[in-house]
Structure formats: C-alpha cells, structure tokens
Design a protein around this ligand. Structure first.
Ligand SMILES: NC(=O)c1ccc[n+]([C@@H]2O[C@H](COP(=O)([O-])OP(=O)(O)OC[C@H]3O[C@@H](n4cnc5c(N)ncnc54)[C@H](OP(=O)(O)O)[C@@H]3O)[C@@H](O)[C@H]2O)c1
Length: 264
C-alpha cells in the first residue's frame, strides 16, 4: 500500500518518540505526519518541522491511511468509539497499546478494518527502536506498510500476538531496566573517583560498545565476557560479587514481575 499519511493518535511519550524518529527521515515526508492529543502544548515543536498537530482525532483519521493508536490502555476503546465513523476500509490501524487485543480493537472499529499491534520503545526517538509486530491474518501489503514505518525508526521483528505482553516487558520496559543499570554504573563510577559527567560519558559509550559487540559480531554475551575476565583478575571478582548479591537473579525476577503485572 502507498502510505499517504500517518496519524499518531495520542502523541505522548511513545507517540512523540515515534514522531521524532519519523521527522526528517528519508522514508517519509514530515508533512505525511499528523499528531493528536488533547493538550497540544507539549507537541508544539512538531509544527516547526511541518508536522500537523490537532486535538481533533476524527480530522486526523480522515486525512490518514495509517492510524497509530498510542493512548493509554484505559483510553483506547473510547478513542476507537470516537473515531469509528472516520476509519475507512483500506485504512490500517496500528495499536501500540499494551494488553488490548486485535479482536478488542476490531470489535470497537469493525471486523473489516485491518488492525496490527506493534510494540516499539522510546528509542524510536533516535531511530533505534526494536519494534515487535503482531497481526492476525493481515495482508502482506498491510504488514509491509507497517514494517516500513517502524523499520524507518529502528528494526522490526514479527511475533505472534500471544507474545505481545512479553515483548512489552523485554523491549519497552527493557529501556528502563537498562537505564537504571547505567545509572547504577555511573553511581559506582563516582564512588571510585570520577565526576558525574565523566562517569556518564564512560558508561554511555561502554554500554553502546557492549551492545554493538553483540549486534555486529553476533556472539553470545558470555563469549565476550570471557575475553575480559582474566583469571584472578578484577573483572571476575567484580562480576562474581554482583552475582553473589543476586544480579542476574534480580533482573530475571524483575522481568517476570513486570510480565505478571501486565497479565493481572
Ligand atoms: N512509553 C513506552 O515506552 C511505551 C512503549 C510501548 C508501548 N507503550 C504503549 O503506548 C501507549 C502510550 O503510552 P505512553 O507512555 O506514550 O503514554 P502517555 O505519555 O500518557 O501518552 C498518551 C497520550 O494520549 C493522549 N490522549 C489521551 N486521551 C486522548 C484522546 N482522547 N485523544 C487523543 N489523545 C489522547 C494524552 O495526552 P492528552 O492528555 O493531552 O490528551 C497522552 O499524551 C500505552 O498504551 C502504552 O501501553 C508505551
């Protein structure tokens, strides 16, 4: 399908990250984007990039052929009711909303509307999101149109819908886990002598480097860990001390706790 316009309904934290990723992106024109929320003040800046902003969801939907729903789970079905009359057959509705199924959205909008679920993360802002995409019998053309949007702001992985909550935890909550880990490294760095700015610069690049080692070399983390753990050296002493204090265990327990919180 030829994407003429993309409407982001609910341009909050995630919606704005998606919009920022799409701005000045070679794949789309800024004028292809329309962003909505009730209070437009926090997204005024989008206007200076040629992005349309409005509080009128129906107007945005009528102008777009891909409609990204990015409101909170407790709002989404009301928003679907509000825009139902404006969504046309042939439009693609893309939901970022945690815990609301494709069936529920189709029930609200009509079973003839193509609905896909996506789980991006806020690294969309810097074109580094991983976006899991699930569909329920969408056409290849519709799937590809959605993948094209999210590949423009990172990369995409096709998953089945029953893994969508797990994708929320690993990919979307994952940003917060990693950032908290980085914050702790900075705090450690300050305790051993660096000022906060220098510690942050070292940690930021170290985390980027570690992830690039895995992404570019395709190796298992432990393979790279073995390279820096000299027998009797300071790295293995530090890692073992972290593990004695429950490092891996606490991360795994946190991931499972987040998952259970969604499932409730
Ligand atoms: N944050 C993440 O990292 C992340 C990642 C993956 C998925 N998600 C999912 O994405 C969705 C949005 O999350 P978020 O963190 O971006 O939440 P958020 O910051 O609260 O954004 C939601 C936005 O929706 C707007 N809104 C509420 N009612 C509206 C309406 N009737 N019409 C138009 N806009 C409306 C709100 O602005 P106004 O009050 O001004 O209208 C708000 O800016 C959630 O369902 C979440 O599960 C989030």
């Amino acid at each position: 399908m030829n994407i003429s316009k993309i409407a982001i309904i609910g341009c909050g934290n995630l919606g704005l990250s998606i919009a920022n990723g799409l701005i000045d992106n070679p794949t789309f024109d800024n004028s292809d984007l329309i962003a909505t929320r009730r209070n437009l003040e926090p997204i005024q800046e989008l206007k200076s990039h040629g992005v349309q902003i409005t509080s009128d969801n129906n107007k945005a939907v009528q102008e777009a052929n891909v409609i990204i729903l990015s409101v909170k789970p407790y709002n989404v079905l009301n928003v679907c009711k509000e825009i139902k009359g404006s969504v046309q057959k042939g439009n693609i509705v893309v939901s970022t909303v945690t815990g609301i199924s494709i069936d529920q959205i189709q029930e609200a909008l009509g079973s003839d509307i193509s609905v896909l679920r996506v789980m991006p993360n806020t690294a969309a802002d810097v074109n580094e999101s991983v976006t899991c995409i699930a569909d329920k019998g969408a056409s290849n053309e519709d799937y590809q149109a959605v993948a094209d949007i999210f590949n423009a702001i990172g990369n995409t992985i096709r998953i089945s819908e029953d893994l969508m909550e797990a994708a929320t935890v690993l990919g979307a909550c994952g940003i917060a886990y990693v950032l908290r880990f980085m914050r702790a490294m900075v705090q450690g760095g300050i305790q051993i002598g660096f000022d906060a700015k220098t510690a942050t610069a070292i940690v930021n690049q170290t985390v980027k480097g570690a992830s690039q080692l895995l992404i570019q070399n395709g190796m298992h983390p432990e393979y790279e860990i073995d390279k820096v753990t000299t027998p009797k050296g300071c790295t293995i002493v530090g890692i073992n001390e972290m593990e004695h204090n429950g490092f891996s265990s606490s991360l795994i327990k946190g991931i499972v706790a987040s998952y259970e919180a969604i499932e409730k």
